[in-house]
Design a protein around this ligand. Structure first.
Ligand code: GLU
Length: 489
């Protein structure tokens, strides 16, 4: 049993690549088969240089590792289609000799005009076979001739449109047009390269997205024409936005696999979430690991009604996984995330790591995604010179009314011997709540804003303990200056 995922490096990786990899890999692990990563880079016009590396990185980050691939090699190397061009030509020659494929010299202008006329006459659109059966010379005598031909499949009237899908059972696809299999630049198209490679790489099950169902009849024909055994096909449902439209990078940031990493979703949460897309465990359990998925994996558990990509659900799952982590593990991931987003340098210093480690127990219950750490912990990590009250909303707290509060806070804290959260709380309560007769919220609000720069922060006294005496007093003093300036004076 051999399966593959075959992404095209046309931009930063699509979430669908992870989705397909997950189901291919779960099936391979369940059956003891091999999972192949093949890079389908025959479309040079859409090729993006860094995309292949991003595909490797994001799939590895998710733990969806492959057995054979461009970076790993394997018995069927090379695994990059651009390195396999020699392989395709012999098969094309054979199809041309058999008459199942033919050259087409029509210019793009002629094809566009033909399509327009068909549409105007309300006819089905498709290639009109002007070139079929003609020699180069015969065709050259007619208008709309281009020097460099493409190669097309001659789709017969009785093309096989029905096939058995592993997930969907018997299905019928629409009749294809005379598909181009070699472009004018001599490069094979997806359809040819994909079939040749699946055959040569001994792929037994083609597991891919629903959008390829309509291409399957062409692929079946190529297998038949070349005298090869057809693999089994399993078409997974398309992931959909909450409005049921297809997930695309244009409309939904979550179509980008890198987005999940930038937002600070944990890979295990995203894998679990993707596994819930159109799939369920026997007990209906919603929280499960990849290995638990493998134990029960079966195609009969896939539901083909387009699963909705519900980010609230992912947020919930992610919060769950965050709370399952040990403090050390979570602190490490928070640190990595802060470095990924540029809040900390790469690599972070030991001191920065220690601060994040000490602060993690203050925030682990509150976090849904790691990106929230920046807002919650940024005040501990920023240089005092760069520290500023962050929002207008927070700045409003530092008015003239707050001056006596900060003044009193500075006085008692400057004299405090033990700088720990309990002692800080005790003296502030005595000075501000009892001494000035303020409600706790009114008393501690300005202190919080002065020290953390925000109206909402991790627990205040613990935060001040972590920040240390000097830095806390420095910020309170700076806050006091702001309030006094506001008072006109
Ligand atoms: N290169 C195709 C893609 O990017 C692969 C489709 C298939 O799995 O056959 O989706």
């Amino acid at each position: 049993m051999r399966v593959r995922v075959a992404p095209s490096p046309t931009g930063d990786p699509h979430v669908g690549t992870a989705y397909m990899s997950l189901f291919n890999l779960a099936f391979a692990r369940k059956q003891g088969g091999q999972f192949v990563l093949r890079i389908e880079d025959t479309d040079r016009a859409r090729y993006v240089a860094d995309s292949e590396r991003q595909i490797f990185d994001t799939l590895r980050w998710l733990g969806l590792d492959w057995d054979e691939g461009p970076d790993k090699g394997g018995p069927y190397a090379p695994y990059r289609q651009s390195e396999r061009f020699d392989t395709y030509q012999a098969h094309v020659d054979r199809l041309l000799a058999d008459g199942t494929a033919y050259h087409c010299w029509c210019t793009t202008e002629r094809l566009a005009q033909m399509r327009e006329e068909q549409q105007r006459a309300k006819l089905p659109t498709g290639y009109d076979r002007l070139c079929h059966g003609k020699s180069r010379e015969e065709r050259a005598a007619l208008p709309g001739f281009s020097e460099r031909p493409v190669v097309r499949m001659l789709i017969p009237a009785d093309a096989p449109l029905m096939f058995t899908d592993v997930i969907r059972g018997e299905i019928k696809a629409p009749r294809p047009d005379d598909q181009v299999i070699v472009k004018a630049d001599g490069f094979p198209t997806y359809h040819l390269a994909n079939v040749v490679d699946d055959h040569e790489m001994a792929i037994t099950h083609v597991v891919r997205g629903e959008e390829w169902i309509s291409s399957t009849p062409k692929h079946l024909l190529l297998y038949d024409w070349l005298g090869w055994t057809r693999p089994a096909f399993a078409h997974m449902p398309l992931l959909r936005n909450t409005d049921k439209s297809k997930i695309s990078k244009r409309k939904n940031p979550a179509a980008r696999l890198l987005w999940f990493r930038e937002q600070g979703y944990l890979p295990e949460a995203l894998v679990n979430f993707l596994a819930l897309m159109g799939y369920s465990q026997p007990d209906g359990e919603e929280v499960f690991s990849f290995s638990e998925m493998v134990v029960h994996f079966d195609w009969s558990r896939v539901n083909t009604v387009g699963p909705v990509f519900d980010l609230d659900k992912l947020g919930w799952l992610n919060g769950h996984y965050i709370r399952e982590l040990s403090v050390d593990d979570l602190a490490g991931r928070v640190t990595d995330h802060l470095a990924l987003t540029g809040v900390l340098p790469e690599p972070p210093t030991d001191e920065q790591r220690a601060i994040v480690r000490a602060a993690t127990p203050l925030v682990n219950e509150r976090m849904q995604v790691l990106a929230e750490a920046e807002g919650m912990l940024g005040f501990l990590l920023v240089d005092d010179g760069a520290f500023a009250v962050e929002t207008e909303d927070a700045a409003k707290v530092l008015t003239a009314d707050a001056a006596p509060v900060l003044q009193a806070a500075v006085e008692v804290l400057a004299q405090l011997d033990d700088w720990d959260s309990a002692a800080i709380e005790r003296v502030l309560r005595v000075a501000l709540v009892e001494g000035l007769g303020l409600k706790p919220k009114v008393a501690f609000g300005p202190v919080r804003v002065a020290v953390t720069g925000r109206r909402v922060s991790p627990p205040l006294f613990e935060s001040m303990e972590l920040l240390g005496r000097d830095r806390s007093l420095h910020r309170l003093q700076a806050g006091l200056t702001v309030t006094q300036a506001g008072a006109g004076g």
